[in-house]
Design a protein around this ligand. Structure first.
Ligand SMILES: Cc1cc2nc3c(=O)[nH]c(=O)nc-3n(C[C@H](O)[C@H](O)[C@H](O)COP(=O)(O)O)c2cc1C
Length: 387
């Protein structure tokens, strides 16, 4: 039987220093006497993760282009957005599209959500067949559309069912199973501390904690004191998610919680350079050409993945994310949003930053051959298309 608790040193795979390295500060704050090397590798079960930075799963954001870019800029592990196990069960075309995995995306976690252990187990088999190195289970989604089906964050308050799901999934696949949690449903909830160790006993090889309640959505701040408590309770690596946007913040969270890695979500939207700053301390602002080139590559890859029709709407939010932060004049973003096709957007970006051509050529040359992608037999033919 797997142990949820281990005494003494910070648990297996968590920060590479012991509890003794952390000291109590004057106002009860804990601070670290050791800097964590974010370029150090660590393990989730038998999967080696080359850096201590994980790119967050984000619905409507974590397309293949986002994950690939995250890896290029230093993420050691990337994750798909949440995939509905019911959608997989019914071979829903759009859901199956999430299972498109590139050769340069590994290690990759594919996240599934649902409430029926048997259906989740079958979904887990499918995502592993598609190429996932880790199956991640979503017990954190606060969105009503998901929680009303008994999935996502509601499972934090139903430990028996949550454990049955983890057990079924862990028994169905040979790869490690991870679970992503919020702190609980209600403000101030500490449910994650009760359910977390049980999930480890049920077979979870790692836990990711986003220490906000479901009710909070994204308001307030992530309470990483709770992450530190969870780290003390389990003998598996814990990933700390929430409000990590800089190297200083990443170091502080790693040092004060003993977590094995930090996860970055919103901070990486349209800003892969934040990942580079976090991992390597390279805080140099990108040139306009670099920004335009990354956005152009992102657009082209996303059109290939989703097709022009879906991609053109999907991409609009990215224009503001990339071009903001004083990188381009404000009206320029509006101009792009109003263009009809992504080809026009690309043309406009090249016109504004002609030097981007060279960057784009280099980036495209590095892309792997698409014919190497694993595609499941059950994938509908249209998924092979998309440009
Ligand atoms: C737009 C958006 C979509 C998200 N979708 C998911 C998801 O599909 N699965 C999941 O586990 N978390 C999801 N999250 C939560 C993030 O993974 C992360 O835990 C949270 O944003 C806190 O980290 P951050 O402060 O670095 O953004 C989403 C967050 C955002 C902002």
């Amino acid at each position: 039987m797997k142990k949820a608790r281990r005494k003494g040193a910070v648990a297996g795979g968590n920060g590479s220093y012991t509890r003794e390295d952390r000291q109590q500060g004057p106002a009860g704050t804990i601070f670290a006497s050791v800097q964590v090397d974010l370029r150090e590798s660590w393990w989730i079960g038998g999967v080696e993760i080359p850096t201590r930075l994980v790119l967050a799963p984000m619905a409507g954001v974590s397309v293949q282009a986002f994950r690939r870019q995250g890896r290029r800029y230093g993420a050691g592990l990337v994750c798909s957005e949440m995939v509905s196990c019911a959608g997989l069960e019914h071979r829903n075309e759009r859901t199956l599209g999430y299972l498109r995995v590139g050769t340069d995306e590994h290690p990759l976690a594919i996240q599934i959500f649902g409430s029926e252990p048997g259906v989740m187990a079958e979904a887990a088999r499918m995502v592993v067949a598609a190429g996932a190195d880790i199956v991640d289970i979503n017990f954190g989604c606060p969105v009503r559309k998901v929680t009303k089906t008994g999935a996502g964050a509601t499972l934090l308050e139903d430990p028996d069912r949550a454990c049955a799901i983890v057990d079924a999934v862990a028994s169905a696949v040979d790869v490690p199973v991870s679970v992503k949690l919020r702190r609980g449903l209600e403000e101030g909830s500490r449910a994650c501390l009760a359910v977390g160790p049980q999930l480890v006993e049920a077979g979870a090889a790692t836990l990711t904690l986003h220490p906000r309640s479901a009710k909070q959505m994204y308001t307030g701040t992530a309470d990483h004191a709770l992450t530190a408590e969870l780290v003390e309770l389990v003998d598996v690596p814990v990933i700390a998610s929430g409000d990590v946007t800089s190297r200083a913040r990443a170091q502080r969270v790693l040092a004060t919680t003993g977590a094995a890695a930090v996860m970055v979500g919103r901070g990486a939207q349209g800003n892969p350079w934040a990942l580079r700053e976090i991992v390597d301390g390279d805080g140099e602002e990108p040139s306009r050409e670099e920004v335009a080139a990354e956005l152009i590559l992102f657009i082209r890859e996303t059109v290939r993945e989703l097709g022009e029709h879906r991609a053109s709407g999907f991409l609009k939010k990215f224009y503001g994310w990339y071009l903001g932060r004083g990188r381009f004049p404000r009206p320029f973003k509006q101009e792009l949003v109003e263009l009809e096709t992504t080809d026009e957007v690309v043309m406009r970006l090249f016109a504004a930053a002609p030097g981007a051509h060279e960057f784009v050529e280099r980036l495209e040359a590095e892309l792997p051959d698409r014919n190497d992608e694993i595609l499941l037999d059950s994938m509908p033919i249209s998924i092979y298309g998309g440009g």
